[in-house]
Ligand binder design. Structure first.
Ligand code: SF4
Length: 228
């Protein structure tokens, strides 16, 4: 299968432009999924998708290490937006994810832990679908700052990053306009929320520094390995 695209240059995608692009994919019979980490800033994209008439599967990569509040928030959002969410989980059981000391890999090799629990579980979806929508934003990290709105991914899949040039203010204003809730941990000072063992409270100087603190790691393989 060879996909043909006219690449979208990186520029702010308004909501109307996002709908237009989604409709275009649909007309081309593309099979589409979106991944969401179900943080506060993820919700506008999910809201846009829920209001589109385009058939898009919504995936939550459930590593088993999330805060219980994230799982509850995901269920609340599912009810609020009336969307079905597919839980994606590792095929490697947790008792096979222990290092020599008997601790989970995130204590000694977070890249391996992310590979087993995030990257590998997503690969079968990349093989089956044509378009992967991700809500990454350029201002979140140096890696994301180099991304394009459309970018090739493995298995002849195309990534679509409609929120790439949105900033926090635009996210906030969209949430305000549609009265969309915030993640329950936001009020305790968390802003970038991933797996519980690898997340700490907000650092005013660096949103993504709240993840994998103390390690030379700012991204998991999802946004480093599953992109060309
Ligand atoms: S973010 Fe941490 S706990 Fe989650 S998969 Fe990666 S290393 Fe494991």
């Amino acid at each position: 299968m060879i996909l043909k695209y006219h690449f979208i240059q990186s520029s702010l995608m308004t909501v109307n432009k996002i709908y237009k692009q989604l409709n275009k994919y649909q007309k081309l019979n593309k099979k589409i999924f979106v991944t969401s980490s179900f943080q506060t800033h993820s919700i506008p994209l999910l809201h846009i998708i829920s209001k589109s008439k385009v058939d898009i599967d919504i995936l939550f990569i459930n590593t088993g290490f999330h805060f219980p509040e994230t799982v509850t928030f995901k269920d609340d959002i599912s009810n609020l937006l009336d969307i079905n969410i597919i839980d994606v989980q590792s095929q490697v059981s947790k008792n096979q994810q222990l290092n020599e000391e008997g601790h989970f890999y995130y204590t000694s090799d977070s890249d391996l832990c992310c590979l087993l629990n995030k990257t590998q579980p997503l690969e079968p979806f990349l093989m089956q679908y044509d378009i992967w929508i991700s809500g990454v934003r350029a201002n979140q990290s140096a890696v994301r700052n180099k991304m394009k709105t459309e970018q090739e991914a493995p298995f002849q899949t195309m990534r679509f990053h409609p929120m790439l040039d949105w900033n926090q203010k635009q996210i906030y204003e969209y949430r305000l306009k549609y009265n969309l809730p915030e993640h329950p941990l936001d009020k305790y000072g968390y802003q970038s929320i991933g797996c519980a063992p690898c997340t700490r409270k907000f650092d005013i100087n660096d949103e993504r520094n709240a993840r994998w603190f103390g390690q030379n790691k700012t991204e998991c393989g999802l946004h480093k390995d599953l992109i060309k």
